[in-house]
Design a protein around this ligand. Sequence first.
Ligand SMILES: Nc1ncnc2c1ncn2[C@@H]1O[C@H](COP(=O)(O)OP(=O)(O)O)[C@@H](O)[C@H]1O
Ligand SMILES: [Mg+2]
Length: 298
Amino acid sequence: MRTIAMVNQKGGCGKTTTAINTAAAFATQGQRVLLVDLDPQAHATIGLGYDPDAFDRTVYDLLSGAENSLHAVVTHTQTEGLDLLPCNVLLASAELELGAVPGKELLLGRGLADARQDYDFCVIDCPPSLGILTLNALVASTDIIVPVQVHYYALEGLKRLLETIRVIRDRFHPYSMENISLLLTFVEERRTFSRQIQQQMREIFGDLVFDTVIHRDVRLPESPSAGESILTYAPRSRAAADYRALAREITDGEAKPDEQCAGSVIRRGIQKHLVNLFDGVWIPKGARTYRPGIIEST
Ligand SMILES: Nc1ncnc2c1ncn2[C@@H]1O[C@H](COP(=O)(O)OP(=O)(O)O)[C@@H](O)[C@H]1O
Ligand SMILES: [Mg+2]
């Protein structure tokens, strides 16, 4: 089972959207998928059409040890092959309550142990913070996807995130968290700035950046109100094509764009270089095409 955490301490960058729609795209490929809602805001639970308060057992019970059986907490969704481990606002207290528990960063990994034989993919939607919940997701995951909005401020945040992941990795799991990928979101090919950020991100982070990008698409904010993934809500939309392409890039290891421009190479001029912003910042090993002397590789 591959366990993929959507991580970024910045809110609004597309973590939940990517968690729901990548999970749904895996399911439409015929994979068995578990989507874990680990954000007390319960956006993934709501986005799939559920009332968070209607569950008497949630991921919180699994973390706190009140429930040991994953199957007692999981719900089958309307999408064939896609199950949900829901949450509600009670999860917010986990940050405080679990703080003193020994091995507190391992609780989710333990809770998901039973999932290994039943699922091909586990996708975890993280809260917009780097607290105990995100730490649990990082430790439990084989892959980390960082959705990065193609905005300048988002890149500042990414710098902090990479530093934090390095610290967590040094402290807890020196050999894990290597498989980090960056997913560019809210991409607008017609905007010069969006193209420039995309190009520079590829120059700095190389293969760490998915070839597939997620374009800005107005259908995405609509789909949660229908309680559906974009794949059923608007299967022919740009965003549905992007998420299907992303799922294929993850499963096949290479990008096969669903339509014309996902992963297209951008050759327009650059006005301001982002390279200095990431000067000396730790970048995971996957980054192969960094510019020598500018980015330290470990
Ligand atoms: N590619 C996109 N195009 C347009 N809107 C998007 C896109 N990705 C996400 N959104 C919208 O932006 C908002 C924030 O996205 P969300 O996935 O909830 O971010 P996060 O979970 O990181 O806070 C939501 O309203 C979502 O529908
Ligand atoms: Mg979210």
